[in-house]
Design a protein around this ligand. Sequence first.
Ligand SMILES: Nc1ncnc2c1ncn2[C@@H]1O[C@H](COP(=O)(O)OP(=O)(O)OP(=O)(O)O)[C@@H](O)[C@H]1O
Ligand SMILES: [Zn+2]
Ligand SMILES: [Zn+2]
Length: 843
Amino acid sequence: MDIAKVIVDVPVRSTDRPFDYLIPDDLKLWIEVGSRVAVPFGHRTVQGFVISLESGEIGTMPGLKPVQEVLDLLPPLSPELIELAEWMSRRYACRRISALQAMLPTALKGKAERLISLGSAESDAAATEDELFPLFAEPDQEERSITEFVAKHGEVSMKQLTRTFPEAAETVKFMLRRGVLTESQSIKDKMGKKKLKTVELAISTEMARGLLESFPARSARQKELLQFLIEMEALLPLPLKEVLAVLQISAGTVKGLEEKGYIEIGEIEVYRDPYRGRDFKPSVPLPLTPEQSHVYAAIARTLEAQSHDVFLLHGVTGSGKTEIYLQSIQLCVDQGRQAVVLVPEIALTPQMVERFKGRFGSGVAVMHSRLSVGERYDEWRKIREGKATVAVGARSAVFAPFVNLGLIIVDEEHESSYKQEENPKYHARDVAVRRAEQGGAAVILGSATPSLESYHAARVQTDIHFSPVLLEMPSRALGNELPAVQVVDMRDELKEGNRSMFSRRLHAALAERLERGEQTVLLLNRRGFSTFVMCRSCGYVAGCPDCDISLTYHSRSDNLRCHYCGHAEPAPKVCPECASEHIRFFGTGTQRVEEELGKLFPGMRVIRMDVDTTTEKGSHEKLLNQFRDKKADVLLGTQMVAKGLDFPDVTLVGVITADSALNLPDFRAAEKTFQLLTQVAGRAGRHQLPGEVVIQSYTPEHYSIIHASGHDFHSFVREELKHRKSLHYPPYCRLILVTLSHEQLPVLLRLAENYALNLQGKARQLRWYGSLDKLSADALDMLGPVASPMPRLKGRYRFQCIIKWRGTIDAIGLARTVAEELEDSVRDKDLQISLDVDPQMLM
Ligand SMILES: Nc1ncnc2c1ncn2[C@@H]1O[C@H](COP(=O)(O)OP(=O)(O)OP(=O)(O)O)[C@@H](O)[C@H]1O
Ligand SMILES: [Zn+2]
Ligand SMILES: [Zn+2]
């Protein structure tokens, strides 16, 4: 192999293709497909990824530059992941480099660094002073110390040099020009490995014992250390820090013994383990219920054959899906293969981690955004170096660098957080299915409320997604009933004079729990229900001057903030339009509910869990532990409290407003409402005590609320699918959201119009264009251009087109080509076009 094809880390579209580099002889054994390398690009050194190797006649490739260095001992990506990235770039219309970068921990997102070393002739160790300073018999003292400094270190960074010689800028520049110093570039990672100093014997134990007898009396401390190391022989090398602490000796003592050559100070690499020192209650496989056995048998057949299948596991809340996951993983691990478990970020609670660590111990690597960059890097390395067999993590864990992956589990597969909203805009569930298909692994998509896309695909053979095997578990594992649900019409409450945010029913139920010492989970559905400021006299609403959305009130700082761009201003005391004092904060935040609870139930202990109380690392966990240990009566929160929690004493779940999200401009509003209500209702009565759920609503007749209260997934799906079909929404077609943005509105209008016309024209030529009402299998239709629901963001105007399509046509390729052609033809640097394939939000 002589040539490496490399995708370079340069963020412009024209470089989104492989570039050829020569592999120098000394790197031949080090470079593989998936290696991260430093390569020259223009005048810079950049990071890149080797996607293939080729042999070629070097003579026929004049001008090819060589690879500069290999950046890792083990290639961070496997050929399988390289292939997956290629697929992602087509599937999500993103650049290859952006797909590759998404697969790596932040710590490996290397940046070029300038390095200074001695000039070529001068770097020769035998160089005499005369050779070093040919033009000057007497180099001045400053030059001399710089040369010595650089020679001693071999290579120094610009930063090191400027710190050490802050005054010497002119001299260094002069030395560079003369060639005494030379400059190069290298890629430096954001995060190094963590090392620990260790100490051990440098001589045999026999010899050390012999030495003890004749040890000089004035070195008693050294003797003590030597003796200790002899005793601890079996445990060597020992961490230096611990030895110092145990013996109460100084580093000088150690140094002294080292200088005598009796002991050796070394270094070992350690992993920053976020769960170090924590005990996880070991758990053993439970005997499965008949429903579970049935489901497990189907999965086990596929695993035993080591073949690829996708299972959609639809099991009601508390049906014991997790036990199915655990036993399937066990089977996979017993075969010498590895498994990945994806969990939505907010459901990745300590309780969840405990269930996997408890069964598989230290073989579990955990990856989520609340870990530090270093911790995440180390968990990732544990996987890469074969020290972990199971990875549990949020979205990006789908890229865990296992080499023999046998199983991918996607828990709560309906969660929209599996879709990444920034580039690359991938959906982890779809990537999981693709990765498994590529590598012959099984996939389990689990949920109590599967997405309509997955469910429909399992029921009908659709051509738009994979076709999973449907497995259903309609009853709870512990044999108890799903909780009884009561829907309260809040309009009636108001009519009958109750102005509180709590209905009489919920109030009474809360009082009962307090009396019985049982616990309550209260959900405040905040989606589409922000705390905005409105004047009751004239209707003025405080909005962001840049984003055209209403500002949110923050009581802690008493100011108003824009959640999209961060704009902040003090909260007004009088209306800026009409000077009225009746300006009020509308909407209900968790804080207000907490205050209200305090008034209605003095002494009630409430834990509030929302973005404000969980910003600090570990706070989420602390709050949940407090609740589990019964240090509170009520757990009050946003979406965070709806998922995955399994607390035996929770017998009441209250939903303050069920329908606040129903009026959002989102075709999935009903689906999301149904899912949230079903999930949160599922937190009640999971163990011995029966559960009760109270849902408060202003539109109790809405089918998503009716069916959620009846735990009736199938009826909900039937009704929702009817709507989707008649309006042409997924799963009956696929969507591509095209957003164009520009600082100038008139320019944007023209460009958006252009985009739409070009797209329609091309689609017509290809005979794809037409209404989706027609019976043809391949069809494409387009809505827009219209102003985006967020028409202005960070000072830029935004317009969008929605492409609806079905069949085998390459609509994604078309949308991308038209975008690139428009960018090329107008050459307006301010124009941005972004494509979102299968969007979760039409914003
Ligand atoms: N075979 C079994 N025997 C005894 N207990 C079981 C069994 N399977 C599961 N359980 C218990 O049933 C309870 C519910 O199980 P689990 O939390 O796995 O359900 P789930 O389907 O993941 O629920 P959710 O979707 O609500 O998170 C847990 O307390 C679990 O320990
Ligand atoms: Zn006013
Ligand atoms: Zn704003």
